[in-house]
Design a protein around this ligand. Structure first.
Ligand SMILES: C[S@@+](CC[C@H](N)C(=O)[O-])C[C@H]1O[C@@H](n2cnc3c(N)ncnc32)[C@H](O)[C@@H]1O
Length: 202
């Protein structure tokens, strides 16, 4: 069962009991203002938006209160909100691609006491390993990355929550791997995209 809610995640998180979710798997805004530009390196255009500001500290405290474990992409932007972790994840995006102005990798902070791990998935401009089409969201994650996280860090009966759902990549990964899932997204346009992707995922 996968549920997508249109709303502010902080309001939703405040309603949840302690440790009521197995895993938070999410990709919050990094605070880089990237969505304001309406365009990314590959030339694809998006509706300019103002959502890419750093979420407040309380969101991170609430995410840690309501869930037993967390995997938070962009963790390197949130170290002032999070404790030290042994188990950082690296999504290595280049894998032989020429250098460009994008970062070679993305980092996720996790709450797990396990070895740090690297996942290779090329994702740069027009070149990507993912077969998923790019949708109208400037920071769409590779589906393979989110599937890897779901498979590695949850069990089939677990409940997964993504408070910053965006275009719904985490929802699709959860559906394909038969996990219970709830996603929250504040922007109506992205909610519609996420619903469509989820309905088409098989
Ligand atoms: C980095 S994007 C997530 C992208 C997503 N991983 C994907 O693959 O499409 C962060 C998302 O959080 C949403 N957002 C920002 N503040 C929010 C809030 N307070 N509650 C819910 N969603 C929020 C933004 O609209 C944006 O779509």
């Amino acid at each position: 069962m996968q549920t997508i809610i249109h709303g502010d995640c902080l309001k939703y998180l405040r309603t949840l009991p302690d440790q009521s979710v197995s895993l938070i798997l999410t990709d919050p805004p990094y605070g880089l203002g990237i969505a304001k530009k309406g365009q990314i390196g590959s030339g694809k255009r998006f509706t300019p938006k103002r959502w890419d500001v750093l979420p407040p500290r309380e969101v991170f405290a609430e995410m840690r209160r309501v869930s037993r474990h967390q995997v938070i992409w962009g963790g390197n932007y949130f170290t002032h909100y999070l404790p030290p972790s042994r188990c950082w994840l690296v999504w290595y995006k280049k894998d032989g691609l020429p250098k460009n102005s994008f970062a070679d990798c993305e980092l996720a902070w996790t709450s797990f006491n396990r070895n740090a791990a690297v996942f290779n998935c090329r994702w740069s401009g027009f070149v990507k390993d993912s077969r998923e089409p790019r949708v109208a969201h400037p920071t769409q994650k590779a589906l393979e990355v989110m599937k890897w996280c779901v498979a590695e860090f949850s069990q089939p009966e677990d409940s997964i929550l993504d408070p910053f759902l965006g275009s719904g990549t985490t929802a699709v990964a959860a559906k394909l791997l038969l996990r219970r899932f709830t996603g929250i997204e504040i922007d109506r346009e992205y909610v519609a995209i996420a619903h469509k992707r989820l309905a088409e995922a098989a």
